[in-house]
Each structure stands twice: as structure tokens, then as C-alpha cells.
Design a protein around this ligand. Sequence first.
Ligand SMILES: [Zn+2]
Length: 246
Amino acid sequence: MQGGSIRLFRVAGIQVSLHFSWFLVAVYQLTSRPHGYQMRVFAIYEYLALFLIVLLHEFGHAFACRQVGGIANRILLWPFGGIAFVNPPPRPGAELWSIAAGPLVNVALIPVLLLLRIVVVRSGLAFNAPDLYRLVSMMGYINIAILVFNLFPIYPLDGGQILRSLLWYPFGRIRSLQIASVIGLIGGGLLTLYAFTTGSTWLVILTFFLLTQAVTGWRRAKELQLEEAETLRPIPSAPTERPPVL
Ligand SMILES: [Zn+2]
């Protein structure tokens, strides 16, 4: 146990941990929602498959970050998905690749999961093992849902961070973060309003989390500005952490 999370395993020096709240939410999700499977165990498989896809996405971020000379030693899985703690070198290209690699994993998974579905259909398992067929189909949808959601240009979602990296080229490190954070705040606000209309507590909590991270991005931009303006004087406040990559 470390900071409320359990160490699962380590791959190429990257420690994968699971936050304890994951179990609580997993139990809630698996017991309160209709799952459409004949055998309940397949609902568990589906939930685990969701986090396997999320984990592959996070490894995409971590390995890409290392490829460009950055630091990435930790991945945390929690009820909202995954967090890759990446610290790429402060260059727009390095940042862009570290962020884009996550969604690109999901893009690469589309043909793989499609092929798997075709194999299941061709082998007659779709008829003989409908639960297995449903699981494979659901994995395809889940993968695309993760991809689409992450590409919303709402900082700190991947889409927002990609937008920030692209804005870095013409506007520089600080201005790009300010612009992306403001778009993140507006987008996050709209998403929160939408979440309230759906009545999904889950979505409301998630969008609130996004909003707080957009604020962190804004504060980080302010600090970078101060650092640049007052290079001779130390900054009195504690440095804000960079928002994690989802
Ligand atoms: Zn991501």
C-alpha cells in the first residue's frame, strides 16, 4: 500500500498501482447496473477489460514520454480511468508526442478488436457463446468511447493537452497553457452543466474533477509567468503540480 493505492506490478520500471476506491466503485457499478450478460461473471470481465484498455492507453503516454527523454515511472488506475505521471522535456514536440501516444493506442486497438470480433463470429462462437460475443463487441465500443472522450479539447483531457502542445508552437509555453486552460474551464463548465441534466452523479463528479484540473493548469501558467518575470527572486508559493495525463 502507498498513498491509498496498491502496487500491482512493474513493467520496464513503470510501477502500476490501483487506488483502493477502485474496488468500491467496481462493486457499485457491477451490482447496480444492468449488464445484459447471461452469466454475471462476464460483467466482471467487461469491467476488467475496460481497465486493461485504459492501462494500455496510459502505457502509450509513459513509453512515448520516455522515448523523448522525459520521466515516466508511475501509472495509477482509479475509478475514473488511469493517470500516467509523465514529465516530458519542456519542448512542444516532446509534449505533443507524450500526449498523442495515449489516444493512438486506442486507434491501434480498433482493427485488433474488430479482427477479434470477426474471428468470434466466423468460428460460430457468436451463436454458441453469446456472452463472449457480447464481451468482445463491448470492448470495441469501450475502446472507441475512451478514444472519443479523451479527444475532447478540454484541458487536461488528452485533446486539451494536444491543443496546448499545438498552440505552444505559435504562442509559447505559458500563453499556450493559459489559452488551453481557459478553453478547458469553459468546456469543463459546459460539460458539468450537461452532466447535471443527465442526472448522473458519476458524470458530475468526473466533470468537477476536470474543472479543478483546468484551474490547476491556469495556476501553473501563472507560476511559469512569475518564474519568467522574477528569475532573480525565488517564488514564495509552493509550486503547483502539473496536471496529470489522463
Ligand atoms: Zn490519455
